[in-house]
Design a protein around this ligand. Structure first.
Ligand SMILES: C[S@@+](CC[C@H](N)C(=O)[O-])C[C@H]1O[C@@H](n2cnc3c(N)ncnc32)[C@H](O)[C@@H]1O
Length: 255
């Protein structure tokens, strides 16, 4: 995370609150690694472009709180947290049947003191997109993980992302849906450059013009990702997989 830390110092926002984030991760149920949480926080605090932050898939508010804390620290935009809070096949696969996560979500947001920074939208992402207007500078896609749903989230919400804004996808290796959407529709598109590969997050920037350095880093990240994926398939030794993962983190930035 060197480059993210460096950017933080440069922007004089203070160091990343690693201690708080570790405690939050153990307090609020959900699925985020420590480095993923740090990275989301940095994107929310210091990411490029202007506009709202939109989260698709809040569950009990783990990533919502991280995004809101980061955005608050950077004195930036509110987080629109979209989730019908009825669970679904992904949650059932994790043993959560017939859940209603709304109350815990609201309690967590309140207890972590970010209620003023979060706008809950208790509905499906396609319903939310229908009534949406205005630019989004950070779109966090972590809702229904089926291929069709992730594809729909991307197609419906990408047009709202401001030039220079960021789309971050979760679970982009082990989950077929997000991985295929990222590989088939995003990484191959000349509209986007990869800016962050942090654990299972893939973050891309919507290019707003010629950005040769951003593109150069994107190609380096993509090469490291290629090696990492060979390592995951045991085509390359495990040490090389670990090294490529560390390189991806090191090259990751917020803009
Ligand atoms: C993997 S969880 C999100 C985890 C959360 N981001 C965290 O940090 O803990 C996926 C969430 O997506 C929600 N979801 C499922 N279908 C959705 C849809 N069509 N629109 C928005 N959210 C959806 C589920 O209710 C569930 O809470």
């Amino acid at each position: 995370m060197l480059s993210v830390r460096w950017l933080f110092f440069r922007k004089r926002l203070g160091p990343l609150p690693g201690g708080y984030i570790k405690q939050l991760l153990s307090r609020v149920e959900g699925w985020l690694s420590y480095h993923e949480a740090l990275y989301l926080y940095a994107l929310a605090a210091a990411g490029p472009a202007e506009g709202k932050i939109v989260e698709i898939g809040s569950w009990k508010g783990k990533s919502t709180v991280i995004l809101a804390k980061g955005s608050k620290q950077g004195r930036r935009e509110e987080v629109y947290a979209i989730d019908p809070h009825k669970g679904g096949p992904d949650q059932e696969a994790h043993g959560h049947k017939d859940v209603d996560s709304e109350m815990e979500f609201r309690n967590n947001v309140r207890q972590e003191q970010v209620a003023d920074q979060v706008r809950p939208m208790v509905m499906r992402s396609d319903e939310a997109a229908t009534g949406w207007s205005g630019p989004v500078r950070l779109l966090w896609i972590d809702g229904d993980h089926s291929y069709e749903a992730v594809r729909q989230d991307f197609l419906l919400w990408e047009p709202f992302v401001a030039p220079g804004g960021v789309i971050a996808f979760h679970d982009t290796y082990a989950w077929e849906g997000p991985r295929r959407v990222v590989e088939e529709m995003v990484l191959v598109s000349r509209k986007f450059a990869v800016i962050g590969l942090v654990d299972s997050i893939t973050a891309v920037k919507k290019l707003s013009g010629a950005e040769p350095l951003v593109l150069l880093r994107s190609y380096c990240l993509l090469f490291a990702r290629y090696l990492y994926k060979l390592g995951r398939r045991h085509v390359l030794p495990g040490d090389l997989r670990k090294l490529s993962k560390a390189v991806m983190k090191w090259l990751s930035s917020v803009g």
